[in-house]
Design a protein. Structure first.
Length: 394
């Protein structure tokens, strides 16, 4: 039963990742077809993130009312409807309108399943869960590149992913008895009183951890959205080739998260974080100096490999850093900060791409990486100092 449920949860995260790379891969052609400025992809991304923030803040109440299984099925179906809307859009305002249900559906799946897996399953499953997201995120641009090379164009890419989402929603509906059995055995914990947000923010290192989440998601979302445009406008790569190369970023995340799960018994969470930060720095350096398609593809793959362990390990380290009694509530605040980063930075990056230069993408990524690494290191230092002061004998 547990293995079957894990398989369904992994499928749900594949469905969560599938649409994430579509907009960035299609935008170099898409914005011309609908008569929108190149920077406006950031606005669509911002609206999606507003929806994810809204639904993630409501996830606790929705899970209590619907259960994680039903909530996931409804959310995936809502995302499917939005993708069909994207495929039929002929104007920018229509994209913005359909971005609302897409964001609402994606945020509920992300927040509910991250908390569920962190609570019920071993640490390696968190890496593999996000590996499944990477499978979807890498597959989306590949499907989009294939459709853009044919007669269907970018609307065909959105349509195919929408159909896949419908199938996945049906699979989740069939699996609902498994979710029911699992939640019955653990549902009583959710009735305990949760610490207030003020109490959570007073925890040593909590605010630094939140800034770390913001920086990471700002970096990942900016690279994911603008990599294809960076290649087309900054290095004269063709649209179809750029879509395929941008998929290497998500492929790197996928492969890296699989091996992060394998390495979990050998390396602790902080060691995996440092490994990811180092690899990410190498990828940024290569993208900064390379000008040919092969070198840029290698750099984007390394960017993805570096990103791979960071987000899952930050989630998994939350109970260790701040205590299991605070983890569930603090997880929501951390993910809200993550969504703020995903919401705010892609539009800002779009302005820089349009008004200054698309070549600034790796420069911004380098700055976000430096700030994130500094915040996470300082967070761990404060947690260690507090524990030493509280328990000097340990």
């Amino acid at each position: 039963m547990t293995s079957a449920l894990l398989g369904i949860i992994y499928l749900a995260f594949v469905s969560l990742g599938l649409p994430d790379g579509l907009l960035g891969a299609a935008w170099p052609v898409m914005h011309v077809n609908i008569g929108a400025n190149v920077s406006l992809a950031g606005v669509v991304s911002m609206v999606i993130c507003l929806g994810t923030i809204t639904s993630s803040l409501l996830t606790v109440q929705l899970v209590r009312r619907l259960g994680p299984g039903r909530l996931t099925a409804i959310s995936v179906a809502l995302t499917a409807a939005a993708l069909f809307g994207f495929s039929a859009s002929a104007a920018f305002w229509q994209l913005v309108a359909w971005a609302i249900p897409y964001g609402l559906g994606a945020g509920a799946v992300d927040a509910a399943l991250n908390a569920y897996v962190a609570t019920h399953f071993a640490a390696r499953h968190m890496n593999w869960l996000h590996c499944c997201w990477g499978i979807g995120a890498a597959g989306g641009p590949m499907l989009m590149s294939w459709q853009m090379a044919g007669e269907s164009g970018w609307p065909g890419g959105y349509h195919i992913v929408g159909v896949i989402q419908v199938v996945l929603a049906a699979v989740i509906v069939v699996s609902l008895p498994l979710w029911h059995d699992r939640t019955d055995s653990a549902g009583h914990d959710e009735r305990h009183a949760s610490p207030s947000r003020r109490e959570l923010l007073r925890l040593p290192g909590a605010r630094l951890a939140m800034v770390g989440f913001l920086c990471y998601c700002a970096l990942e979302s900016s690279c994911g959205l603008w990599a294809s445009t960076f290649l087309v406008l900054g290095h004269d790569v063709s649209e179809q080739t750029a879509a395929l190369l941008s998929a290497l970023f998500y492929a790197g995340i996928t492969v890296g998260r699989f091996f992060s799960g394998v390495l979990t018994p050998r390396l602790d969470g902080r060691q995996l974080l440092r490994l990811g930060e180092t690899t990410l720095a190498c990828g940024v350096a290569i993208v900064l100096v390379m000008g040919d398609a092969v070198g840029l593809g290698v750099g984007l793959a390394l960017l993805g490999l570096g990103c791979a362990p960071i987000y899952p390990q930050m989630i998994q380290l939350t109970p260790e850093r701040f205590g299991s009694q605070n983890a569930q509530s603090l997880m929501g605040l951390q993910m809200a900060c993550a969504y703020v980063g995903s919401m705010a930075f892609p539009p800002l990056m779009g302005i820089l791409v349009e008004r200054v230069s698309p070549l600034l993408l790796p420069v911004v990524a380098a700055g976000l990486l430096a700030l994130m690494a500094a915040c996470l290191a300082s967070c761990d230092r404060r947690v260690a100092e507090t524990r030493k002061a509280t328990h000097p004998d340990r």
